[in-house]
Design a protein around this ligand. Structure first.
Ligand code: ADP
Ligand code: MG
Length: 448
């Protein structure tokens, strides 16, 4: 392989971290290397779009840095589709004699509220949510399997079931199976014990058009279940049937998971769900309040969202709790009541940190000018401080990504997102950077 490209990959691996690298960079192929130009190939259209929005600029600047000159980096989509296409259904003869229609399969067992309509998208879950929608649009075609991972209460089950609802609504004749990996194991064990393996096989292999398996990490280390799941996976996959899987971590991190399964789980798209940012949390509180017919103003929703930043399930719990308390005590549900009920006192003087204040502090710390932070130069001596300033702006001012982009010389929100990610990963490896970030944060919030 081209040397420049190899060293670019090495640099990027260190920068973006192992997980993102696996997901996004291990599937890039250097297609053509010309003077001052690299052309890369990616597996599909969706991948291309995501990559362009999130990593392309970073790739380009890394190449330029290493080559010490301007480089163009272009992306193309691989010609051969990565998964077998579903066969078109045979057209129905137009005036076929009336036949007794086969009874549609029983509807999938899904939580009625876990639908796309009630799922709030934000930067924390954007990839997983868009991929789930794409899967519901074109099952078995673009991302197979779709693998969604992330911590507890961040919407994995919601997304899996939303795919199920959506597919069922579009075609009630499709047989959609949703279940937890634990249930899969229990069914398997029961089938073996009762000699009812044919029925088991029919349910999960032959009579299944889409399989949604939640919390797959459960079967890691359970050899016979993994083995059976492997066969189920293969036969569905070969038939072009959609498979969606969730887990609490990436396939490679599942201790005890068979290598051949891990590799299959990585075949399609691996997408994460992260803890939601403040704006997304506010939107979620507002939506749940509306659903539960709780009247709540923006400020109060914001206060709840500020108090609970762990996961969406806790956020829902907090809303239910405060609205129940308010009812019981005959109090109005406002910010003060929320602070009281959730057990945190209002800060005497809340620190309001503006983007401008962050820019000034960062510029001072690194001895660059604010204008340079907003400018276009990519030299590391400026690019680093600029990214740190974006990162701290996001953390301390609560401004949205697009707004921060605007305040940094009209950059796109995706640039801000990737800057924030990079600082997160760099500060895990580079103590100087993490110390600088910490001391700037302390200074800005008055904790120094
Ligand atoms: P997980 O399976 O990742 O542990 P769930 O899908 O069970 O999480 O989500 C926990 C709760 O939070 C559910 O009630 C779900 O509807 C809700 N939830 C999670 N993410 C979102 C979101 N982005 N928008 C709306 N509700 C969400
Ligand atoms: Mg779940």
């Amino acid at each position: 392989m081209n040397e420049l490209w190899q060293s670019t990959l090495d640099a990027l691996r260190a920068r973006v971290g192992e997980k993102s690298f696996e997901t996004w960079f291990s599937r890039l192929r250097l297609y053509e290397a010309g003077p001052n130009r690299l052309e890369l190939r990616v597996p599909n259209r969706f991948f291309k779009e995501w990559f362009e929005n999130n990593y392309l600029e970073e790739v380009r600047s890394t190449v330029c840095e290493l080559a010490q000159c301007e480089y163009q980096v272009e992306l193309g989509v691989e010609d051969t589709p990565e998964v077998p296409r579903l066969r078109e259904p045979e057209p129905e003869p137009v005036d076929a004699p009336a036949m007794p229609a086969a009874a549609p399969p029983p509807p999938p067992k899904l939580h009625p509220r876990y639908r796309f309509e009630s799922f709030i998208k934000g930067s924390s879950n954007e990839l997983a949510a868009s991929a789930a929608l794409a899967v519901a649009d074109e099952p078995g075609q673009r991302f197979n399997p779709l693998f969604i991972y992330g911590g507890v209460g961040l919407g994995k089950t919601h997304l899996l079931q939303a795919v199920g609802h959506s597919l069922h609504e579009r075609n009630p004749n499709q047989r959609i199976v949703y279940l937890s990996a634990e249930r899969f194991m229990n069914d398997f064990v029961t089938a073996v014990r009762n000699n009812a393996f044919d029925a088991f096989r029919a349910r999960y292999r032959d009579d299944c058009d889409c399989l949604l398996v939640d919390d797959i990490q459960f079967i890691a280390g359970r050899d016979r279940t993994m083995d059976e799941f492997f066969h189920v996976f293969n036969s569905l996959y070969e038939a072009g049937k959609q498979i969606v899987i969730s887990a609490d971590r990436v396939p490679a991190d599942m201790v005890g998971m068979e290598a051949r399964l891990t590799s299959r789980l990585n075949w399609g798209l691996v997408a994460d769900v992260q803890a939601p940012d403040l704006e997304t949390r506010i939107a979620i509180v507002e939506q749940k309040a509306e659903r539960d017919k709780v009247t709540i103003d923006r400020e109060t929703a914001r206060t709840i969202a500020e108090q609970v930043n762990s996961n969406v399930r806790d956020l829902e719990g907090a809303l239910v709790r405060v609205s129940a308390y308010a009812d019981l005590r005959g109090r109005t549900l406002d910010s003060d009541f929320v602070r009281e009920a959730l057990g945190t006192k209002k800060k005497a003087t809340p620190t309001i940190v503006t983007v401008e204040a962050v820019q000034k502090a960062v510029a001072g710390h690194f001895r660059v000018r604010v204008a340079e932070l907003k400018g276009r130069r990519r030299h590391q001596a400026i690019a680093r401080p600029r990214m740190i300033a974006m990162y701290l702006s996001r953390e301390l001012s609560g401004a949205s990504f697009p707004e921060i982009g605007l305040r940094f010389g009209g950059r796109d929100h995706s640039t801000v997102i990737s800057a924030c990610r990079r600082i997160e990963s760099i500060s895990q490896q580079d103590e100087n950077i993490s110390a600088a970030v910490d001391s700037l944060r302390d200074r800005l919030t008055g904790n120094a």
